[in-house]
Structures are given as structure tokens and as C-alpha cells.
Design a binder for this molecule. Structure first.
Ligand code: 13P
Length: 277
């Protein structure tokens, strides 16, 4: 049974003074069994969020807490990279990391090669990667096949150099985030997102077929991201192929997160019931 995950990407919002309180509020309002919750604040807010989430009031009835994730790391282990943060520096601060977000690919020139190197550092550091992939609007408008080809290339180019036991045991999650859906209020349809999730799992099998030890694509957790909100989460969680959401703007709003995690909890319960039946 694949896990159900709701991760919030706070992007460049919040300060160390207010992030802890926001995290605690979201944690307390999303106490739903069976949903893995992750909050990814800016680097400078990681410690405040970690401390706030140590509050027992954020634990779900099943005892699970809210994990902390970073939004990025540098591709090198250390060195003369002014202003950058290495994966190993996150020890004690975060357990998850977003890698290859489209805003980093577009605004900071992160190529597939850079994304693959970052993934290597994240795995080495024992952190859990959320690898983001997704096509631009022109590709989607050119047709589902064109979009799929681009996404498969992103997946294969990030995973092939990392293929092996360490990658599979890292708990890799892939987030399908079509670029045209991010921050636009225009989301992919549940059916299109599910079709891409299946495509991503097939792509993983391609990589696994060439390199032993990567595991079976069916076990790969795939999230959808791009204008997810309380009003469309149902469409995604109703799809078997989708295991949760990577939420941007709505993840800064406790009401929205409460509704999104509550809906994800229904899927988690249904999957658990189907497994024990
Ligand atoms: P929005 O939910 O604001 O569209 O952002 C999605 C995203 O980029 C999450 O990583």
C-alpha cells in the first residue's frame, strides 16, 4: 500500500518570527490518521518550524507528527558557494527535501543534470527527496504525448545517474507539477494527472529495468501539485494513481490545509480498508 502524503511548499513566505506559529496551527488542524504531513518552509524558518512541530498538540491520533522539509539544496557537498546550503547542513533541521522544483529549473537554470546531482546529495545525506517534474504550457498544448515525453525525460535523467538501492530506500516521492498549473489557479484535471502518474511509474520501470535494485514502479509514490486547494483536492484524491498533493499557496492557509488533509485522510482510510479486506 502506498502512503498518502500532503506536503506544503511555503516557497519564499514566512519569517522565523511567524513560521512556528503557522506550522503549529496547521499541525493542530490536520490531525488526521494515515496521512503523512510535511511542511517545507524557507531555510531560515526550518528551526522555528521544527521546534513548533515538536508540540504534542500536532500529533494525529495514530501518533504521527508533521515532518519538516527544505525546498532546495546545493549540488555539491561543500565549498565556495556563497549563500548556498548543502544537504548535510540540514541534519537535525529537516528530513525531507524538494528537488528540481520548476521555479528552480526556470528561474535558476537548474538543468536535469543539476537536479540529478542534487538528488545524489539528498540521498547521501539520508534525506527523503520529493523530485518535481512537469511540462510547460506549450508542451501540454501540443498534446498529452508531448507532455509525457518531457516528463519521462525529466524522471529518467534525474533517476538514471542515481539508480540503485540507496535511491529506492530513500523513500523517493515524485511530484507531478505541470508548470502552467503552478500559482495560476488553473489545475490539471484529475484524469490527466492520474495518466501522468502512471506514465511516471512506467518511466521508473524503464530505469529499474536497466539498473538492478531500483524496485518496481508500482510502489512509487506520486503526488500532484499545481493550484491544489480545498475545492479541487477531491478530484485528485479520487484517482487511484495519485497518492497526495504538493501544495503551494494554499499550504499557507490553515483552513485550506485542514480541508485538504481531511480529504486525503478519506483516501488513506479507504486504502487501509482495502488492504485488510
Ligand atoms: P501552487 O499550489 O501555489 O500552485 O504551487 C504549487 C507548487 O509549486 C508546489 O510546489
Amino acid at each position: 500500500m502506498r502512503p498518502v502524503i500532503v506536503a506544503g511548499n511555503w516557497k519564499m513566505h514566512t519569517t522565523p518570527a511567524d513560521a512556528g506559529e503557522l506550522a503549529r496551527t496547521i499541525g493542530a488542524r490536520t490531525r488526521v490518521d494515515g496521512v503523512t504531513r510535511v511542511l517545507c518552509p524557507p531555510f531560515v524558518c526550518l528551526a522555528a518550524v521544527r521546534d513548533a512541530l515538536a508540540d504534542p498538540g500536532v500529533a494525529a491520533p495514530d501518533g504521527s507528527g508533521v515532518a519538516v522539509g527544505a525546498q532546495n539544496v546545493h549540488r555539491e557537498r561543500q565549498g565556495a558557494y556563497t549563500g548556498e546550503v548543502a544537504a548535510s547542513m540540514l541534519e537535525g533541521l529537516a528530513t525531507w527535501v524538494i528537488v528540481g522544483h520548476s521555479e528552480r529549473r526556470q528561474q535558476f537554470g537548474e538543468t536535469d543534470e543539476v537536479v540529478a546531482a542534487k538528488l545524489t546529495r539528498v540521498i547521501e545525506a539520508g534525506l527523503r527527496p520529493i523530485l518535481c517534474v512537469g511540462e510547460q504550457l506549450e508542451a501540454r498544448e501540443a498534446g498529452a504525448d508531448v507532455a509525457a515525453t518531457i516528463v519521462v525525460d525529466q524522471v529518467v535523467n534525474a533517476l538514471r545517474p542515481n539508480a540503485g538501492d540507496a535511491l529506492w530506500s530513500s523513500g523517493l516521492v515524485i511530484a507531478y507539477e505541470p508548470v502552467w498549473a503552478i500559482g495560476t489557479g488553473r489545475n490539471a484535471s484529475g484524469a490527466d494527472a492520474a495518466a501522468m502518474a502512471d506514465t511516471i511509474r512506467r518511466a521508473l520501470r524503464t530505469v529499474a529495468g536497466s539498473v538492478a535494485g531500483l524496485g518496481n514502479g508500482e510502489d512509487l509514490t506520486v503526488l500532484y501539485g499545481g493550484s491544489v486547494s480545498s475545492s479541487n483536492i477531491d478530484e485528485f484524491m479520487a484517482e487511484q494513481a495519485i497518492d497526495g498533493a504538493l501544495v503551494g499557496g494554499a499550504s499557507l492557509k490553515p483552513d485550506e490545509m485542514a480541508a485538504i488533509v481531511a480529504r486525503a485522510g478519506l483516501t488513506a482510510r479507504a486504502r487501509a480498508a482495502a488492504t485488510t479486506a
